[in-house]
Each structure stands twice: as structure tokens, then as C-alpha cells.
Design a protein around this ligand. Structure first.
Ligand code: ADP
Ligand code: MG
Length: 184
């Protein structure tokens, strides 16, 4: 057991943050959007994932650190939802069927391999913001279908406004649009 991981702290390597866990947990239960802000490496991502995992809620994680364009943001959101679908529907067939239903009407390519389902943009949409909104609305549909809360974790969220020259994309991701958002 590595008690001092260089990457995320999870399991027995995660310590303290009792008050923060409590507040975050309450926000998750009450579907309150939460913004975590701190300098790098203070433990935002670890805290978010640790608390979400403990809550047993389904979640999608989007890490925008590597995003350099709005298309990247879109693809990262799709990947996150693809992984969420894999966790909800463990079998390949079930995951593909769920994704087909969910993404109907969007220009999206679905495939599955040993790593599970993967979701890709088929052709570049004209307006990314519209398409991102539409993808996020599908996540909300998923929550309704299973009658469960789904946590959306937007990590390194500042990348979105660093790369977009208008607020269109940021405003569709901002809290208040879907069931629950958690920004880290
Ligand atoms: N609660 C914690 N207990 C122990 N180590 C932690 C805890 N939170 C974070 N760390 C450690 O601190 C470092 C940064 O954590 P990370 O979650 O990546 O921070 P951030 O997302 O704020 O950049 C990692 O090495 C991680 O293992
Ligand atoms: Mg982080």
C-alpha cells in the first residue's frame, strides 16, 4: 500500500479533510453545485473523488487539463459520459444499447473494445456550445431514466474559459443547467 501517492490520494492514503467531506457530501445529497478552488495540489481532485466514491453515487469525471480547443472539451465530455455508461451497464451489449438510445440524433460514433465503450464525435458540429449542451442534457436524461442522481465532476474547469473566446460554452457547463455539477 502506497500511503504517499504522487497522484490522487484514495483509500487508506486519503486522510483528514473531515469537515470538507461533510460539506461536500451534504451538497451532493442536496444536489447543490459546488465549486472547489485552491492552488494546485491542495487536494481538490482527491477530495472530490473520495467523497463521490464514498457516496456511492454514479458520476462522470471530465478532466479539461489537456484541452486546447472547444472540440477537445466536447470530446472529453463524451469520454466521461462513455465511462459513466460503462459503469452503469457493465456488459458490452447493454452499454452499447444504452449509448445508442442516449445519443440518438447526435453525430456520434460508438464503438466498443476490451476497454469498454468509446464515444467519439463523428463530424465537427458547427456550434460547439449547442452540442455540449445537448450532450449534457443526455446525461440528465440518463439520471432520469435510472431515477438516480448523477454527479458531474468538471476538473480543471478554468481551461474552458482560457480556450474559449466567448462565454457560450462556459455558460452551458455552469451550475444550474443539469441535475448536479461539481467543479474542481
Ligand atoms: N486528503 C489527502 N490525504 C493525503 N494526501 C492527499 C490528500 N489530498 C491530496 N493528497 C495528495 O496531495 C497531492 C495533490 O492532490 P490532488 O488531489 O491532485 O490536488 P489538486 O487536485 O488540488 O491539484 C497528491 O499527491 C495527493 O496524493
Ligand atoms: Mg486536481
Amino acid at each position: 500500500m502506497d500511503y504517499f501517492p504522487q497522484a490522487l490520494a484514495s483509500g487508506a492514503a486519503f486522510c483528514n479533510r473531515i469537515e470538507e467531506q461533510k460539506r461536500l457530501r451534504n451538497n451532493l445529497i442536496e444536489s447543490r453545485p459546488t465549486l472547489l478552488v485552491s492552488p494546485r495540489r491542495y487536494g481538490k481532485t482527491s477530495l472530490a473523488l473520495y467523497t463521490i466514491n464514498k457516496s456511492k453515487l454514479h458520476y462522470a469525471q471530465f478532466d479539461f487539463l489537456s484541452a486546447v480547443s472547444i472540440e477537445d472539451v466536447e470530446q472529453i465530455i463524451l469520454n466521461g459520459i462513455g465511462k459513466l455508461i460503462n459503469r452503469i451497464e457493465k456488459g458490452v451489449k447493454g452499454a452499447l444499447k444504452l449509448a445508442t438510445d442516449l445519443f440518438a440524433g447526435l453525430s456520434i460514433k460508438l464503438s466498443s473494445d476490451a476497454l469498454g465503450l468509446s464515444v467519439e464525435i463523428n463530424r465537427k458540429p458547427e456550434k460547439s456550445a449547442t452540442s455540449i449542451l445537448s450532450i449534457l442534457e443526455r446525461a440528465e436524461k440518463l439520471a432520469k431514466k435510472y431515477d438516480e442522481k448523477i454527479v458531474l465532476l468538471f476538473d480543471e474547469f478554468q481551461r474552458v474559459y482560457q480556450i474559449s473566446n466567448d462565454y457560450a460554452v462556459e455558460s452551458v457547463i455552469r451550475p444550474g443547467q443539469t441535475h448536479l455539477k461539481l467543479l474542481a
